[in-house]
Every structure is written in structure tokens, then in C-alpha cells.
Design a protein around this ligand. Structure first.
Ligand code: NAP
Length: 255
């Protein structure tokens, strides 16, 4: 066996890691031996996740990071690289939901915020991280999009447009950075039980999942986190530019 399946000693940055899929991703990376930078808009929630990980004797630290603030992105990426001695892995996960009808007075504001948090932030985190990724033996980028990038829901156009942008950014950067050995992939989660979907009643969740997914249920954050981790192994060296649904078969199902 020549390719490593170990993340031991890798340094990973996860955005929006104070809850949901980001928190699950931080936990799985740490459990696999990575040093994890747990970042979130809300410092207290990032610290709570980092505290829980550290209680297991694993390596991590927390930062407050609003991904719509490019100056803060550059500062935090620098601090992470200084603390851990580099940066190998970037997980662009932070997100907001952004339902808004096209004829709403709030549409332009929702559009601007969606694009800033869900799309522009990805390129800004990647650009800040690039000098460090270029020094890594196994540089990996995973962008979290959504099945809303592949299909769409009514009144969700700012979110769907931003997430479709993430898939395009992923492909273009995979091509641009491939010769440097930097892989760039994208995960499209389907319906996952996190804070983002917490307002949907359990009965409605169950009906939707039974009707629309192959597996007939919502996914758990950890089920996405493990796919993210798989894409970041040193051994995952020949997959790039991919858009991978982790959706319980939602996109595969017609009827
Ligand atoms: P979540 O539990 O709400 O987590 C999102 C995290 O992002 C929260 O901790 C949130 O922090 C943080 N965040 C929001 N705005 C931010 C900002 N400007 N800067 C930094 N962090 C920010 O939801 P989730 O489901 O785990 O979402 C993770 C990713 O999966 C998102 O990109 C989402 O679009 C995507 N996704 C989710 C689903 C789903 O069904 N859950 C499906 C497809 C895709 P605060 O709580 O402090 O605001």
C-alpha cells in the first residue's frame, strides 16, 4: 500500500463549525488525528465544539470567523497556519438558508447576503489558504454546496444560485489548481437534520424524506462529515472537480 489513509497530523480548517455538519466534520477530522481549526460566526459555539473535542484528548482550537468578512478571513487563516504550522485542508461549510420570493422587497438584500456567505466566501477562504496549501504534501479543498445546486425549490433562488455557483467554482479551481496537486471537490448534501432544518416539523420531515429520497429518511450530519473526510485523505489524490450528492438518493429518485 503506497497511499496513506491517515489524516494524522494534517491541519484542517472548517468554517461554520459551531453546529450541524461543520461541527460533525470537525469532530470526525479530529478523531482521525487531524489538528482542527473550528471556526464559526459565533465564537462561543466554536469554542463549545472545540472544548468537547479537546475533552477527548484530540487537537483543535476555536476562532470566531464571519466568512463574509475578507479581512477577518485573511487574519484567521494566518493565525491557524501559525498555531498549527501550516494548513492542508479547507472545508467551506458555513451557510445560511435564504428563502425569498423573486418579487419580495427584501430580494436584493437576501440575494447579496446569500452570495456573500454561500459563494464569495468560498473563493476568499481558498485564496487566503492557497499559499499554505501550496506547501502541503496533500492539499485538499471541499466546498459544501447542496442538492439545491442540482435541482431547485420554489422561493429558494438566492440560495440555489449561490450553491450552483459553488459547483462551478469547484470545477474551475480543480482545473486551475490540478497541476499543483491541489484537489477541489464539492459535496451536495440533501435533507440533513441540523439547525438549518430544525424549524421543519418532524412529521413534515418524515413525509418529505419518504416521498423524495431513496433511503426514506433525513440524513445525519456525521453521514456527510465522513464523505468530506474521505475526500481529504492523502489517498484521495485522483478525485478532483467532482460534485458528489450525499442525499440519501434524492437526486437519483424520479418516483
Ligand atoms: P447549521 O447547523 O445552521 O450550520 C451552519 C453554520 O454556519 C452555523 O454554525 C452558523 O453559525 C454558521 N454561519 C452562518 N453564517 C456564517 C457566517 N457568515 N460566517 C461563519 N459562519 C456562519 O446548518 P448545516 O445544515 O450544518 O449547514 C452546513 C452547510 O450545509 C451549509 O453550507 C448549508 O447551506 C449546507 N446544506 C445544508 C443542508 C441541510 O439539509 N441541513 C442541505 C444542503 C446543504 P450561527 O449558527 O452562529 O449563525
Amino acid at each position: 500500500m503506497t497511499l496513506s489513509r491517515s489524516l494524522k497530523g494534517s491541519i484542517a480548517l472548517v468554517t461554520g463549525a459551531g453546529s450541524g455538519m461543520g461541527a460533525a466534520t470537525a469532530r470526525v477530522f479530529a478523531a482521525e488525528g487531524a489538528h482542527v481549526a473550528v471556526t464559526d460566526y459565533d465564537l462561543a459555539s466554536a469554542e463549545a465544539v472545540a472544548y468537547e473535542i479537546a475533552q477527548e484528548g484530540l487537537s483543535c482550537a476555536a476562532w470566531g470567523l464571519d466568512v463574509s468578512d475578507p479581512d477577518r478571513i485573511r487574519a484567521v487563516v494566518g493565525e491557524i497556519a501559525a498555531k498549527f504550522g501550516g494548513l492542508d485542508i479547507v472545508i467551506n461549510n458555513a451557510g445560511i438558508s435564504a428563502f425569498c420570493p423573486i418579487d419580495s422587497d427584501a430580494y436584493d438584500a437576501v440575494w447579496a447576503k446569500s452570495l456573500a456567505v454561500l459563494l464569495t466566501s468560498h473563493q476568499q477562504v481558498i485564496r487566503a489558504a492557497l499559499p499554505h496549501l501550496r506547501k502541503s504534501a496533500a492539499p485538499r479543498i471541499v466546498n459544501i454546496a447542496s442538492t439545491e445546486a442540482l435541482g431547485a425549490t420554489s422561493r429558494d433562488s438566492p440560495y440555489a444560485a449561490a450553491k450552483a455557483g459553488v459547483t462551478g467554482l469547484t470545477r474551475a479551481l480543480a482545473v486551475e489548481l490540478g497541476r499543483e496537486g491541489i484537489t477541489v471537490n464539492c459535496i451536495c448534501p440533501g435533507p440533513i437534520a441540523t439547525g438549518m432544518t430544525a424549524a421543519i416539523a418532524d412529521d413534515d420531515k418524515a413525509v418529505f424524506a419518504k416521498r423524495r429520497t431513496a433511503l426514506g429518511r433525513y440524513g445525519q450530519p456525521e453521514e456527510v462529515a465522513h464523505v468530506t473526510v474521505s475526500l481529504c485523505l492523502p489517498a484521495a489524490s485522483y478525485i478532483t472537480g467532482a460534485t458528489i450528492p450525499v442525499d440519501g438518493g434524492l437526486m437519483a429518485r424520479n418516483a
